[in-house]
Design a binder for this molecule. Structure first.
Ligand SMILES: Nc1ncnc2c1ncn2[C@@H]1O[C@H](COP(=O)(O)OP(=O)(O)OP(=O)(O)O)[C@@H](O)[C@H]1O
Ligand SMILES: [Mg+2]
Length: 589
């Protein structure tokens, strides 16, 4: 007995360990939790909304965006819309077979809609709109007999609409608009109850729902058309071709976006450490930074995915914090061409010499055999694009919007008129206007478009990122001038006052973009309607003056557009009360 007890005492820690393991096993994550962890694994970047999903939790019921049934503890709702999630939608989502509500809209998901979603037969709402999803609509979605809302609009889906969707007897809302779907819209089952709004913006769809005859019907019915029908179809054709053009460009942009991301973005963090480990040199432009090259390289080596703050057409952007509290934004541009170095360095030296209150300073760069790491001042307010479109209910007040427009105008005017050599930006858009903590605007990425002109990534990213802001003559000739920048600036003004992206779905649906919509409103003398109705503090006088400047900037003919100097002067005299400090600023620049 004594020996037994001694034996037991000797192995006590082992038993405790075993017990702990057993408890641990009992507490291991539920199968729904595991499916969600796998869902997260296939996401390569986000705004960190999933950071708090801990695999060591017993279940996912307290995770952000997740709701469980209180009795079964099964996941019934997953809502992670509008969180910059980029990656594939994991097929494991199909394991959440108690899911009633899945909302992934307004993210950057690409790849196919997983056919496994057809297993989630409890689904009542499926929201995948505004992503970059491609491929066919899975036929298995026709199994979701409880589905009431299906929104997969504004993606890059192609192929035919599966007839199986006609089986969705409970469907109340269907939106497949703005994709690349083709062929006849099925007429069986629930398809009968949906009108054109559910299908618009798919160039090759046909069917009675969108008043477009399918090819085999055309021969039979062509002769019966009267004048009105012809007129309407003419209009339809124009708006459809505008939409097709728009959508084709968007598709190109999505395709290249994914391609570039895969090529440049995925392993960026590891890439940075690799870039600098193979021998790197630092070039600083403003002699006021107290860091040695060694300090900076050490910081660069420590960068990882957690430091990513954004990704654009040229590469990934990281937040780089120095030990003294100073923060910078680091843009990684992967070299694609031989002979890139000399030209690039000469141009960077010019960009680095430019310093202005309304421009984002380029502080220096790190030169490595594989990449260029550009070091910019960090702007705490993020981009204007985010402030306008991704801030939920917190909208910019009128006064702030006017201040931002004014700052951006001054930054661009400086590039056009006061710099030597003068610089055409070529990529004016809301994501290239950054904001400081006080909502002062600074124009960023000037000169980069030209710099990367010969790079494989360049042409695509310019068209991709800037589509909707491009002047008509730039679209045709590809030749940038100061006046093409002025046009983009006009579009930017419209975006700020309307809080609508230039190619917002509401414009595309009408076969237009923001400028087309403005022009239409002008012909009806209703241009004030473009102003964001939810914006606080709109003043009729300043809004009229702003609109009048914007209308001139987006004139179809470049000669009718004002110069940026003129824009600044008009805004100063008609929209702003002059601020004495501005005189000092421009003097010191
Ligand atoms: N200097 C900076 N300070 C703070 N955030 C920045 C800075 N530069 C970039 N960012 C963030 O990184 C994001 C991506 O910027 P990036 O310039 O790479 O892409 P983009 O502006 O969307 O497209 P493009 O490559 O055409 O300029 C921005 O939207 C912004 O949120
Ligand atoms: Mg940018």
């Amino acid at each position: 007995m004594g020996i037994l007890l001694k034996d037991f005492q000797g192995s006590l820690p082992l038993y405790i360990l075993l017990l702990c393991c057993l408890v641990d096993i009992c507490q291991s994550l539920t199968s729904d939790g595991e499916a969600l962890v796998n869902f997260r694994t296939s996401i390569i970047s986000s705004d960190d909304v999933l950071g708090q999903w801990r695999p060591e939790d017993p279940d996912p019921c307290g995770w952000k965006g997740v709701i469980c049934d209180s009795k079964t503890m099964r996941v019934i709702s997953l809502n992670v819309s509008n969180h910059k999630l980029k990656g594939l939608i994991s097929p494991d989502i199909g394991k959440l077979d108690h899911l009633k509500f899945l909302d992934l809209h307004y993210n950057n998901f690409y790849g196919e809609i997983p056919p496994e979603l057809g297993n989630c037969t409890e689904l009542q709402g499926l929201f995948l709109q505004n992503n970059y999803l491609s491929g066919f609509i899975p036929t298995g979605l026709g199994n979701l007999s409880n589905l009431q809302t299906l929104d997969i609009s504004s993606n890059s889906l192609d192929g035919r609409i599966p007839t199986s969707l006609g089986n969705l007897r409970n469907l109340l809302t269907l939106n497949v608009s703005s994709n690349f779907l083709a062929g006849p819209i099925p007429t069986d089952g629930v398809f009968d109850q949906f009108g054109s709004n559910s299908f618009v913006g798919n160039s090759d769809l046909c069917g009675k729902q969108i008043n477009k005859l399918c090819k085999d019907e055309v021969g039979n019915q062509q002769t019966t058309g009267n004048q009105n029908v012809k007129k309407n179809s003419g209009r339809l054709l124009i708006s459809a071709s505008a939409t097709v053009g728009a959508l084709l460009l968007v598709a190109l942009m999505c395709f290249w976006g994914c391609f570039l991301y895969k090529k440049l973005g995925k392993n960026d963090a590891k890439g940075i450490a690799k870039d600098v480990s193979g021998g790197a040199s630092i070039v600083m432009f403003h002699g006021d930074l107290p860091y040695s090259s060694k300090d900076i390289i050490k910081k660069l080596e420590a960068l990882n995915d957690e430091h990513i703050i954004g990704a654009g057409g040229f590469g990934t952007v990281y937040k780089l914090s120095m030990d003294d509290g100073n923060v910078f934004a680091l843009k990684r541009i992967v070299k694609l061409n031989e002979g890139f170095d000399r030209f690039f360095e000469r141009e960077l030296a010019i960009l680095g010499s430019i310093k202005h209150k309304y421009l984002v300073n380029l502080r220096g760069y790190c030169n490595s055999p594989t990449s260029k790491l550009l070091l910019y001042d960090y702007l705490a307010g993020g981009s204007l694009d985010e402030a306008l479109h991704e801030n939920g209910d917190e909208q910019l007040a009128w006064e702030t919007r006017v201040k931002i427009i004014m700052g951006a105008a001054k930054g661009l005017a400086y590039l056009h008129h006061d710099c030597s050599p003068r610089i055409i930006h070529r990529d004016i858009k809301s994501s290239n206007i950054l904001l400081d903590g006080n909502f002062e605007a600074r124009v960023s990425d000037f000169g980069l478009a030209k710099l990367l002109e010969d790079e494989e990534s360049h042409i695509t990213t310019i068209v991709a990122g800037t589509f909707g802001y491009l002047a008509p003559e730039y679209m045709q000739s590809g030749r940038a001038t100061e006046k093409t920048d002025v046009y983009s600036f006009g579009v930017l003004m419209l975006e700020v006052v309307s809080r609508k992206r230039p190619t917002d779905a509401s414009f595309i649906e009408k076969g237009l973009n923001i400028v087309g919509w403005l022009n239409y409103l002008v012909t009806e003398d209703r241009q004030r309607e473009i102003i964001d109705g939810e914006c606080e503090g709109v003043e009729a006088e300043t809004s009229d003056a702003l609109l009048s400047v914007a209308i001139q900037c987006v004139s179809p003919s470049p000669e009718d557009r004002p110069t940026m100097d003129r824009v600044v002067k008009t805004l100063e005299s008609e929209v702003m009360t002059p601020c004495p400090s501005d005189f000092y600023d421009s003097a010191s620049d």
